[in-house]
Design a protein around this ligand. Structure first.
Ligand SMILES: *Cc1c(COP(=O)(O)O)cnc(C)c1O
Length: 396
């Protein structure tokens, strides 16, 4: 099997796994208990907090452990909105191509009377700091813009956007789930007030994540309960998962340069090869791009059929399209960067990690053109295009 869907989830690293074991076999006490056995778990939790903080130039006091990226996004946005509303500020700025954990939370706030303004991301999938500066108003409570996009891999000018927000005294949150452990992040240098990340996107366990909030920002609880996480998230801490995540993040940050060099080389080889397919187009920015992201649209095919046929060949990939989740609409991200509906339906995302090999890239480069050609061969739509009954949308 060739696994090329690392933007969906990653395999847990050996280091993460090994860090988790003693938390289950030995120090499995409740971190809130007063006896030494429980305090051992508490210690492991706080060591993990410091490790995570160190990866982002943050103070451990700003780190809150959550159940994942989605919860962190929800809590960041709802907290900033609640704070803003108390000061009469109910305008929120975001973009059209955020993850649904952000977009659906914003939708909920809109129903509660907030005004949500979604900025255009242009064809390369990048928002400019000038756009943000222009959109900020006196009643803006929050700017929330993702660090790197999960479908098309484009990386935003986060430090510059952060600087604009800082200057205008508006809170800035970034969903850094795709960036954490893959790109260098420094919450202070990049003027980030709040940040979300998720363990399973950098070879840590699933079901655990982090919300970073600059000390002093009052958080709103999504989960009421005990005094865990300094009273901001009730529930007995998932110490094994938290410790595993911290180990994975530490490992990813320590090896970042090496991994980026390897993965981006594989990525570029894959992009160069797939580009040779006629009537294909790369999605996202060519330069400002996640090291492991390859995203294409192929005219005249359905992404779902492509995925199923690749699966037959042992290749795990993803389509940007939401069809698999029961909707026939193409991906909101591909529509956001201006791909026509028909083209957006023919999307393929291959997301690599340092565990992929050059031989696997060669195999993908044999499989994809073959499958695309086969699907076009059986497509009535494609036949119409060939005989001039329909127009081609992408150049040869
Ligand atoms: C995966 C992902 C999330 C959700 O994280 P979970 O830990 O799975 O809840 C949020 N945002 C982005 C950009 C993601 O890629």
């Amino acid at each position: 099997m060739i696994y090329a869907d690392n933007a969906a989830t990653t395999k847990m690293s050996r280091k993460a796994f090994e860090a988790m074991l003693p938390c289950m076999e030995e120090t499995w006490g409740n971190a809130s208990s007063l006896y030494v056995f429980g305090q051992k778990a508490k210690e492991a939790l706080e060591v993990a907090r410091s490790k995570v903080a160190a990866c982002f130039g943050a103070s451990p006091g700003g780190i809150y452990f959550t159940s994942g990226g989605s919860e962190a996004d929800n809590q960041a946005i709802i907290s900033a909105a609640t704070l803003g509303a108390k000061k009469g500020k109910k305008h929120i700025i975001s973009t059209t191509f955020e993850h649904h954990a952000v977009l659906h939370t914003l939708k909920k706030l809109e129903n509660d009377g907030f005004e949500v303004e979604l900025l255009d991301v242009h064809e390369n999938g990048i928002v400019s700091p000038e756009q943000v500066a222009k959109a900020i108003r006196d009643d803006t409570a929050l700017v929330t813009i993702m660090y790197a996009n999960n479908e098309i891999g484009s990386v935003q000018p986060v430090a510059e956007i952060g600087a604009v927000c800082r200057e205008r005294k508006v809170l800035f949150h970034t969903d850094a789930v795709q960036a954490a452990g893959h790109l260098p992040i420094d919450v202070q240098k990049q003027n980030i007030d709040m940040l979300s990340l998720s363990g399973h996107k950098f070879h840590g366990p699933k079901g655990v994540g982090v919300l970073y909030a600059k000390p002093g920002i009052p958080l709103v609880n999504l989960i009421e309960g005990g005094a865990q996480e300094r009273g901001k998230r009730g529930g007995t801490e998932n110490v094994p998962a938290i410790v595993g995540m911290a180990a994975a993040l530490e490992e990813a940050c320590a090896n970042m340069e090496k991994n980026t060099a390897k993965v981006s080389k594989l990525r570029d080889k894959l992009i160069d090869g797939l580009r040779k397919i006629p009537r294909s187009i790369l999605n996202g920015d060519e330069i400002r791009r996640l090291p492991g992201n390859v995203s294409f649209c192929f005219e005249g095919i359905e992404g779902e059929s492509l995925l199923l046929l690749l699966d037959d060949k042992g290749i795990c990939a993803s389509s940007g399209s939401a069809c698999t989740s029961g909707s026939l609409d193409p991906s909101h991200v591909l529509l956001a960067i201006g791909r026509p509906h028909e083209v957006a339906h023919g999307s393929l995302r291959l997301s690599l990690s340092e565990e992929n090999t050059e031989a696997e890239i060669d195999e993908i480069l044999r499989a994809v053109p073959e499958v695309v050609e086969y699907l076009r061969g059986i497509s009535p739509l494609w036949k119409d295009k060939l005989v001039g009954k329909r127009e081609f949308l992408l150049p040869e």
